[in-house]
Write a protein that binds this ligand. Structure first.
Ligand SMILES: Cc1cc2nc3c(=O)[nH]c(=O)nc-3n(C[C@H](O)[C@H](O)[C@H](O)COP(=O)(O)OP(=O)(O)OC[C@H]3O[C@@H](n4cnc5c(N)ncnc54)[C@H](O)[C@@H]3O)c2cc1C
Length: 265
């Protein structure tokens, strides 16, 4: 089957960038390039096309052809629509500040008013129907945006447990969520060491009766262990479980995506 042409990315302009906590940066984009952006897509993923170091906006924009047939020379990374405000044409994306070795993180750490990047998407939001008796949310920093969007979208009388794994206690923030969701924060300072904290917590939980829906994402080996537990031991049907590896220790995103494709084949 022929591939759908990608078209040109929207080239978005930064209005502001600020640290929400020591390891999380919120970048707010604004401007007419966000005209026509679909509403209610918080939690959906998008592809960010990153300019090369020192590249001018003119050179960046000139690179993209209307039919999307240009050679891929810019790093592309997957992120989450955290919030879109149609009235002001503003879009928030939250970036983990995990160091200087990734182009997306490097870009976010340097972002300031007037900085730019390419944006493709968004895809569909991860969970569009909320029908569970209780919810299980588990996220590291990379998945906080999808977790927060899901917690904000679920019914106000929802019940359940939300587990957040962060690298420092200063990364703990007050999040908006239904009163019936119990939040637990786990602090694991070394994000480059595989962690069993979430798995240990989930295994030790009292498992309520009824249908559970999940929104779980984060480091790939953590996700693999949680997925095995949910599907094989707790027998959670796949249709009720959003569970996805968002990054992997030691792999850049393209390598991680390739690994996921091979595992799915
Ligand atoms: C559907 C989806 C949605 C996502 N949404 C978000 C989001 O909203 N915000 C967000 O911050 N991330 C999000 N991610 C994760 C993000 O795509 C990866 O973290 C990506 O690797 C970051 O690119 P980079 O250029 O910074 O690092 P890369 O060049 O890909 O990797 C460089 C090095 O950094 C390491 N690394 C990558 N991510 C992390 C991390 N989080 N913590 C510690 N080390 C890391 C890699 O293992 C590698 O060694 C999402 C991923 C998916 C699949």
């Amino acid at each position: 089957m022929a591939r759908k042409p990608r078209g040109r990315p929207r080239v978005l302009t930064v209005r502001s960038a600020r640290y929400l906590s020591p390891n999380m940066i919120r970048v707010t984009f604004a401007g007419p390039e966000l005209e026509g952006f679909p509403p209610n897509h918080e939690g959906a993923n998008c592809k960010l096309v990153l300019p090369r170091d020192g590249e001018s906006r003119e050179a960046f924009e000139a690179h993209f052809k209307p039919d999307g047939s240009e050679e891929r020379v810019h790093p592309v990374r997957t992120y989450t629509v955290r919030a879109f405000r149609a009235e002001g044409l503003e879009l928030d994306i939250d970036f983990v500040a995990h160091g200087d070795d990734g182009p997306a993180t490097r870009w976010a750490q340097q972002a300031k008013e007037g900085s730019f990047l390419g944006f493709r998407g968004p895809s569909q939001p991860k969970i569009t129907e909320f029908y569970a008796d209780w919810y299980l949310i588990a996220a590291d920093l990379s998945a906080l945006p999808v977790a927060e969007a899901t917690l904000e979208a679920m019914p106000r009388d929802a019940k359940g447990t939300a587990i957040f794994e962060v690298p420092s206690k200063e990364d703990i923030r007050e999040l908006r969520m239904p009163e019936g969701i119990e939040a637990r924060w786990l602090v694991q300072p070394d994000v480059h060491q595989p962690s069993t904290a979430q798995q240990d917590f989930v295994r030790s939980m009292d498992w309520p009766e009824g249908v559970v829906q999940t929104c779980i994402a984060g480091e790939s080996s953590v996700i693999r262990a949680l997925r095995d537990h949910l599907h094989n031991e707790r027998k959670v049907p796949k249709k009720d479980a959003y569970i996805s590896g968002y990054w992997k220790i030691g792999l850049v995103e393209d390598e991680h995506q390739q690994m996921k494709r091979e595992e799915a084949a």
